[in-house]
Design a protein. Structure first.
Length: 666
């Protein structure tokens, strides 16, 4: 074949290949692109975008393992029925016994993490492990100087001593990082006098435990050459006093300072000024080398009379990384004041209990519960959290607020006589694990106002709550004896007047809440949902009952006849019948819907408890007749010779009742 023929054949083959490429190339490229995309997606699903913080790498160096060295075998877990006095016990008892109580629960969730094992240069990914556990150890460790750590909003404890043991554990964690200064703050009010005595007795055990750990060569102490733990004592009442001239490692000096505390009779507690002054005084320990950790521990049973100083205290403590821990009291649910049981310590005076109002709430920045003064809301209950100001101070600085009450029992209702001396009357307590989902918002004033501006339902709830401290007919007149028609009409008019005064107040509350009803569906947090629904349901219930009461009185004034011959009294009794009033029927149905939703969606909370009680009470009224003898003839006095002798006055022979003196300012 000559060269010319070969050339022509080669050109024909090239043209044929080119034609084939033009025909099949688009389909081939499409297929390649599709398979590459599928392959890439499969890689993303299998590998994912892992956050380095979620990866836990275990390095196993097999080259350093001595083959002759036996591997450690897992030891058998041994349990004992006899409790041990371990650091961190959370109950109440004698100083030498372990303390038991409800667990301390902090709002902490360890996010799911992936476990990676590396051995001999080979990495193997183990399945993803999800850990969700109630945090029972340190809640706010100092991971880094520049990292803002949020503390725990509330931790329930039965006794002050259980909280003190937990704080001892926090001290050990601080010492494990560097030398530490602990500043103890004591409220000088009279209501804390008994608690101060318990704390003084406990100091021996705290420092004894720390001393034993130090003597045993605990690594937390071995890191420091001298004086690893210093202490200082601050007292506050109307004035702030530094009871230790300078921080000391002398335990006896610390105990002497606490023992010498005197009760402040002024009834004023400058809590936040004390924190701010102490932070200014001890900040050099955070700034100068060798630097120390500084911890503040406050013992108080009130909010404090200087809440205007809260932001300044938060700012300086955060600036110098000083966590604040507080052993305080539970805030009463939706209330500013709780009533503390007081008995005069002098037996010469009346020993009957007196109930003194003390500022221990509310648990939120502003009240978030409409108070209509019904017989059910008069029974105070635990909110699940401490008072807002002190709790926010702890939360913002990385500490813990311990809500301590000696009668804490989540299993039953507590009666008034079960309240210990100098403790607040609280009838119900709630599971702290459930209440974690209902934590108040602990932002600044600006942030809180922004929350209200963002949602009409939130704003309406807070506005209604602030104006709701009215006094509805807790015990309206229900019995109306009929001496004659005129007398009965007068009694009915007087009762009707009380209802007429209340109706416009209830109407204003209802209209305020109704203005935010459209935004109710946008409430995401359970606390706001429960607060709005309960408030709306209870306001509607009172509105229906009040208007129905007035309607029934007006009906009676038109005239009613007894069906029984001996009947002489009309009595109003609760009933579900609303007398065919369509408007009231509609309002009642709407109120029951809100209350039922609270019960079903928020079980085990104070909102659900109040909603259940409200639902058990009928929304309407009915008239019943009875006999009281109002028209019975009076027996004439016997003035004859056989008249009975007047009883002898035994008052001079009676034991005089002890005098009751006014209680002190607590």
């Amino acid at each position: 074949m000559d060269i010319q023929a070969r050339w022509q054949r080669w050109r024909a083959l090239v043209r044929s290949a080119a034609d084939a490429w033009r025909i099949y190339a688009p389909a081939w490229l499409s297929s390649l692109t599709l398979h590459a995309l599928i392959f890439t997606l499969l890689m993303l699903v299998a590998v994912g975008d892992r956050d380095p913080a979620d990866l836990l790498t275990l390095i196993l160096d097999s080259n350093k393992q001595d083959e002759t060295e036996p591997l450690l075998e897992s030891q058998e877990l041994v349990t004992s029925e006899i409790p041990r006095p371990d650091v961190g016990s959370t109950g109440n008892g004698n100083p030498d016994a372990p303390l038991t109580a409800a667990p301390l629960v902090a709002a902490a969730l360890v996010e799911p993490a992936e476990l990676k094992v590396e051995s001999a240069g080979v990495r193997e990914t183990v399945e993803r492990v999800t850990i969700q556990e109630d945090l029972r150890v340190a809640t706010a460790p100092r991971f880094a100087e520049t990292l803002t750590i949020r503390g725990a909003a509330g931790a329930g404890a039965t006794g002050t001593m259980g909280a003190v043991d937990r704080i001892t554990q926090e001290i050990m964690l601080s010492l494990d990082e560097r030398r530490t200064l602990v500043v103890w703050f004591f409220d000088q009010s009279g209501s804390l006098e008994r608690q101060r005595a318990e704390i003084v007795r406990r100091f021996d055990r705290i420092y004894e435990e720390l001393g034993v750990l130090e003597a045993a060569g605990n690594p937390a102490f071995q890191k420091h050459e001298a004086k690893p733990l210093l202490s200082a004592v601050v007292a506050f009442g109307e004035h702030v006093s530094f009871l230790t001239p300078k921080p000391t490692d002398d335990v006896e000096e610390v105990k002497a300072a606490v023992t010498g505390l005197k009760t402040d009779e002024s009834g004023i507690e400058r809590t936040f000024q004390a924190v701010h002054q102490a932070a200014s005084r001890y900040k050099p320990f955070r700034l100068q080398e060798p630097r120390r950790n500084v911890m503040f521990v406050i013992f108080t049973d009130e909010v404090g009379d200087d809440e205007s100083e809260l932001e300044a205290a938060v700012s300086i403590c955060r600036q110098h990384a000083i966590p604040v821990y507080c052993v305080g009291v539970p805030a009463p649910f939706g209330r500013r004041e709780a009533y503390v049981k007081y008995v005069d310590p002098d037996p010469k005076f009346d020993q009957s209990p007196q109930w003194i109002p003390v500022r221990q709430g509310p648990e939120s920045f502003l009240p978030e519960l409409v108070n209509i003064g019904s017989e059910f809301t008069d029974e105070p209950m635990d909110s699940g959290f401490g008072p807002y100001s002190l709790t926010r101070l702890c939360y913002e600085t990385g500490g813990i607020y311990f809500a301590v009450h000696p009668s804490r029992d989540e299993r039953r209702t507590l009666s008034r006589h079960e309240t210990p001396l100098l403790s607040a009357r609280l009838s119900h307590f709630f599971d702290p694990q459930v209440m974690l989902n209902y934590r108040p918002d602990y932002g600044s004033t600006k942030q809180y106002k922004k929350l209200l501006a963002e949602n009409k339902a939130r704003r309406a709830l807070v506005e209604a709550a602030q104006t709701s401290w009215i006094t509805p007919m807790e015990r309206p007149q229900l019995v109306f004896p009929k001496l004659n028609d005129a007398d009965l009409s007068n009694r009915l008019s007087q009762a009707q007047h009380a209802a007429a005064v209340l109706e416009p107040k209830i109407e204003r509350l209802y209209q305020t809440l109704k203005s935010g009803e459209a935004d109710r569906v946008r409430l995401a947090k359970p606390r706001w949902q429960a607060g709005y629904d309960l408030s709306m349901g209870r306001v509607l219930a009172v509105k229906v009952r009040t208007e129905g009461y007035n309607t029934m009185l007006a009906k009676a004034k038109q005239g009613m006849k007894f069906s029984e011959a001996d009947s002489d009294t009309w009595q109003l009794a609760p009933a579900n019948d609303l007398g065919g009033n369509a408007a009231l029927e509609k309002l009642a149905e709407h109120g029951r819907m809100y209350l039922a939703r609270v019960v079903s969606e928020h079980p085990g909370t104070p909102w659900a408890l109040l909603a259940e009680k409200e639902l058990k009470q009928p929304f309407g009224w009915t008239w019943k007749e009875g006999h009281t003898g109002v028209n019975a003839p009076k027996v004439a006095a016997n003035n004859g010779n056989n008249a009975p002798r007047r009883p002898r006055n035994d008052r001079p022979n009676q034991i005089p009742r002890p005098e009751r003196r006014p209680p002190p300012k607590l």
